[in-house]
Design a protein around this ligand. Structure first.
Ligand code: KG4
Ligand code: ZN
Length: 369
């Protein structure tokens, strides 16, 4: 097995959205998980002029970059293809063109090396990535907040998820991106809204807190977006300080909403798993980069006796280490690679919890995560 005794070594490939990524991750009983390389090429610049991800441009960029990225990941980890025990490629959810590129490359490498191919759910990668860095035991709660998804999932083990809450309209990252556009801030919107908010008055505009106080644990952001539009058009043209005040008020409303909404699922976890002494909330997805949101979640968790875990940013956002790691988790759990993995096609939609009711309104930007 792998390069050393008792070691599993997996090459991961991720092409579901606008990052072309490859990574080599190893695991052994004595060392635990080790990220030997984690190479990510972002396409942000290719898409910036269009104000969002353009699927055709993304697919072409993946085709052009992927071989080189895989070579770099192998070289950086000093791993020869023959030392790889399995290949893991994201098979969904995401943009079909990009998924096809990654999955076909994974199949070709699996066929060439005679190693198994694991077709990985990108969301499972996000859900399990916290275990790459820390000693997090199942079950735990995960809040996934990205450009395409906003959900709270109970993570019970590899392949075992329960969706407890989701957005009923826009994803949180989408709300940040749309607000940025409305305020004339450049793409990608989230970091620019956060930057503008730093100089603004969070209490100048009284924005709604969608679903606040309701018993259902779900999220909603489209009403907030509409309120931002109305606030902006009422005082147009906007000065720089107007933009800062709106951004700050928007971010403040998001923080307040999240505390209320996430709090519901923390309560449920405590009720259902009263015997777990150290409950954990893990956050993943690009929006987890937002420091106001991070500190609000940290404060919320502290107040409720939860440990709040925010993996380092390079593991929160899209990467291939989490895809390789998901395959290792599956191998360690005795889950065999899908016998049909080599015949599988990509899936643009692939919920973690297949039994949960279909998501309403999420994934408008191609069900990316
Ligand atoms: O997980 P991610 O990198 O990509 C996918 O969606 O797959 O998340 C990107 C999203 C974008 O909507 C971006 O605006 C948002 O994360 N984002 C942020 C921040 N940084 C990135 N939102 C709020 N504050 C930030 N600092
Ligand atoms: Zn993602």
């Amino acid at each position: 097995m792998g390069a050393g005794k008792g070691e599993i070594r997996v090459l991961g490939i991720e092409t579901s959205c606008d990052e072309t990524a490859a990574a080599v991750v190893s695991w052994s009983r004595s060392t635990g998980p080790r990220i030997l390389s984690n190479v990510v090429l972002s396409q942000v610049e290719e898409h910036a002029a269009f104000g969002g991800v353009v699927p055709e441009i993304a697919a072409r960029a993946h085709v052009e970059a992927l071989d080189g990225i895989i070579e770099a990941a192998l070289a950086e980890s000093a791993t020869g293809l023959a030392e790889v025990d399995a290949i893991a490629a994201t098979a969904g959810p995401g943009l079909i063109g990009g998924l096809l590129v990654g999955l076909m490359t994974g199949k070709a490498l699996a066929a060439a090396t005679g190693r198994p191919l694991y077709a990985i759910n990108h969301l499972e990668g996000h859900a399990l990535s916290a275990r790459l860095e820390g000693d997090v035991a199942f079950p735990y709660l995960m809040l996934l907040v990205s450009g395409g998804h906003t959900q709270i999932v109970l993570v019970k083990g590899p392949g075992q998820f329960e969706r407890w809450a989701s957005t009923i309209d826009d994803a949180l990252g989408e709300a940040f991106d749309k607000t940025a556009k409305l305020l004339g801030l450049p793409y990608p919107g989230g970091p620019n809204v956060e930057r503008a908010a730093a100089n603004g008055d969070p209490h100048r505009f009284d924005l709604p807190l969608p679903l606040k106080g309701e018993a259902r644990p779900d999220f909603s952001f489209s009403g907030l977006k509409t309120a931002v539009r109305q606030a902006a058009s009422a005082i147009a043209p906007l000065s720089e300080s107007d933009v800062a005040d709106i951004a700050a008020s928007f971010q403040n409303a998001i923080v307040e909403t999240l505390k209320d909404r996430v709090g519901r699922s923390l309560e449920r976890f405590q009720a259902e798993f009263a015997d777990i002494a150290g409950p954990v909330l893990v956050v993943a997805g690009g929006v987890a980069a937002n420091s106001a949101i991070r500190s609000a979640l940290l404060e919320l968790c502290r107040g409720r006796g939860f440990t709040f875990l925010a993996p380092p940013m390079e593991l929160c956002t899209d990467n291939a280490a989490m895809i390789a790691w998901t395959a290792i988790e599956r191998i360690n759990a005795g889950i065999r690679p899908d016998a049909e993995a080599m015949a599988l096609g990509p899936r643009s939609r692939w919920p973690l919890d297949e039994r949960a009711a279909p998501l309403i309104g999420t994934g408008k930007r191609g069900a990316k995560a």
